[in-house]
Design a protein around this ligand. Structure first.
Ligand code: DGJ
Length: 553
């Protein structure tokens, strides 16, 4: 990999507004730095830009599409990092998500050891990738297993949740002022350190905690929690949700216990996030262990109090220092994947998929995610530490497990900035193969792109039969009224003119090519004849970028 993936693209877009949490105020169309960065840094702070409810992650002042990978939980140690960078390189990922372990950072209370953070930053730079750091603090997958020993050993001071029967649950209680202070202090130290050592802006975002919530109980029933549950619902929440005042039970009925837990976890995390952000205002996000989008059931059949789809509004009200509530998508079914995207892509919430499954079936979803405006996407656990989190799959991830993802990133990497910029402008659409529907359409107004799967390269008189397995996908960027950039795999793309009823599309020019480091298009050849007569066939094992211009006849 070379530095060129971060190199020159035209900068800012007319009318763009920086997302509130990064800079606090709307700013004019220019590269804006937050006050915290002005004194010491020359590069602008990573930020999230917003335009008409669409988003882009801004890196070095330009829209950036995170084609990421998350390492396994225990891979962010200096001895193992080599296996992470190697996988990232083979994947053609531009961003690596790595945990920072509280137990390592503050093994002794008040003494911070930044040596691992510094090693991670140094090696990331050497390997020309950006970072998203994951703060494994009070919560990790609903438990608290990354807290330092001095916290684990003092459970009176740092209590667990207690269930209805008075039994301790393996989940930290949000009613622990001492742990909240300790977490704030540690996160503040981490963010302050990043501010001091990261002039290069290697770190783009930070995830605050990991899949916070409670497994094994719906809420904390400890003495402090019980007092709070008997009290009135805080006015901020009642007003924010446009409810009538009352106790938790009065306001939320059957959902009171879960909502209560969500509020106090989100409020706790907001305080941690705000403490860190005051030091160094990088974009911050939380990630969610999801519930089934069609058959959600009731907590605690899913993680209670988590930022699940039913609680996004609550998390937005409680945690204004958090810019993104992000879904971890481990559901390979097309309908569930798309429904989850729909739930988390909101005008007030950028779409970010910081974790998704690493089985081959997930690879194609990068197209749908980008097409729905994602600022980033990352399969989980694709490193070469020889561990696999698949329940029915290999015991250890091997290099060949990277291939389905690598081919997508290799294709999309050189145009990531164009896609991110196009998304902010509303010019990108994309889709992933639905095994139950072999023909999909993408509506660009004047033109409707028609994507079919399972067609041969020659002929258009047959019905699409789908791919086995369904691994196709396409992303299309509108370059002009009748001009498009197309990237994809294992699909046929054609267009219908909606502005000219009764007419058909006529290719003016179909160019195969690539962009150079300065962003200039270099044509390699013109497709015509058999290559275009029946539509544009994108193969499963070839990386082809096409620039097309059309008219009608
Ligand atoms: C989701 C968590 O956020 C990850 O850290 C990891 O535990 C995966 N689940 C499962 O491998």
């Amino acid at each position: 990999m070379t530095r060129s993936r971060f190199a020159g693209r035209t900068a800012l877009l007319a009318g763009m507004v920086w997302f509130a949490m990064e800079t606090l105020t709307a700013m004019p169309a220019a590269i804006c730095q937050s006050p915290a960065s002005e004194a010491t840094h020359s590069r602008p702070l990573p930020a999230i830009a917003e335009k008409d409810g669409r988003y882009a992650l801004m890196v070095d002042g330009k829209p950036y599409l995170m084609l990421g990978v998350q390492a396994n939980n225990s891979s962010a140690w200096p001895e193992y990092l080599g296996k992470v960078w190697l996988a990232a390189e083979q994947l053609h990922a531009n961003t690596v998500e790595l945990p920072i372990y509280w137990e390592q950072l503050e093994a002794t209370p008040g003494k911070f050891d930044f040596s691992v953070v510094d090693t991670i930053l140094k090696q990331a730079r050497e390997h020309h990738v950006r970072l998203v750091l994951l703060w494994f603090g009070t919560w990790k997958n609903g438990s608290s297993h990354y807290t330092p020993e001095w916290i684990k050993l003092d459970q009176d001071k740092y209590p667990f949740d207690v269930n209805k029967d008075g039994k301790t649950v393996d989940s930290p209680s949000p009613f622990s002022p001492a742990r909240l202070e300790a977490d704030k202090n540690a996160f503040r130290a981490l963010m302050g350190h990043l501010k001091r050592v990261d002039d290069q802006r290697t770190v783009l975002m930070v995830q605050v905690e990991n899949e916070a919530g409670e497994w094994g109980g719906v809420r904390d029933y400890g003495p402090e929690a019980e007092k709070a549950f008997a009290a009135q619902v805080p006015e901020k929440l009642v007003t924010g949700l446009k409810k009538q005042p009352g106790t938790w039970r009065q306001v939320f009925g059957d959902d009171a216990d879960e909502t209560f837990q969500a509020w106090f976890i989100a409020t706790y995390i907001e305080q941690v996030a705000a403490a860190g952000k005051a030091e160094y205002p990088l974009p911050l996000y939380v990630n969610a262990a999801l519930r089934d989008p069609f058959h959600p059931g009731k907590a605690p059949s899913y993680e209670s109090g988590a930022p699940t789809d039913n609680n996004i509004d609550l998390w937005k009200i409680a945690a204004s220092s958090i810019s993104v509530v992000a879904p971890d998508i481990y559901m390979p079914e097309y309908a569930k994947y798309m429904k989850t995207i729909e739930q988390y892509k909101r005008k007030d919430n950028p779409l970010l998929i910081p974790e998704t499954g690493n089985a081959p079936a997930y690879a194609r979803y990068v197209y749908a995610a980008i097409g729905q405006g994602a600022i980033g996407w990352a399969p989980f656990g694709l490193d070469l530490s020889r561990y696999s989190n698949q329940t029915e799959g290999p015991e250890a991830m091997e290099a060949n497990a990277l291939k389905p993802f690598a081919r997508q990133y290799e294709l999309l990497g050189p145009i990531e900035g164009k896609l991110a910029e196009g998304n902010l402008e509303g010019k990108v659409k994309g889709t992933s193969e639905d095994p139950d529907n072999h023909r999909q359409t993408l509506d660009f107004g004047r033109w409707q792109a028609v994507v079919t799967y399972g067609m041969p390269s020659f002929g258009n008189w047959m019905q699409p039969k789908g791919n086995t397995p369904p691994d196709g996908g396409v992303v299309i960027l509108e370059l002009g009224p009748d001009e498009f950039l197309i990237a994809g795999h294992h699909a046929r793309v054609d267009f219908d003119p909606t502005f000219a009823p009764g007419k058909k599309r006529l290719w003016l020019k179909v160019e195969e090519g690539s962009y150079d480091a300065a962003g200039n298009w270099k044509m390699a050849r013109i497709w015509n004849g058999d290559q275009t007569d029946y539509g544009l066939n994108l193969k499963s094992d070839e990386n082809v970028l096409l620039k097309v211009r059309m008219t009608t006849f």
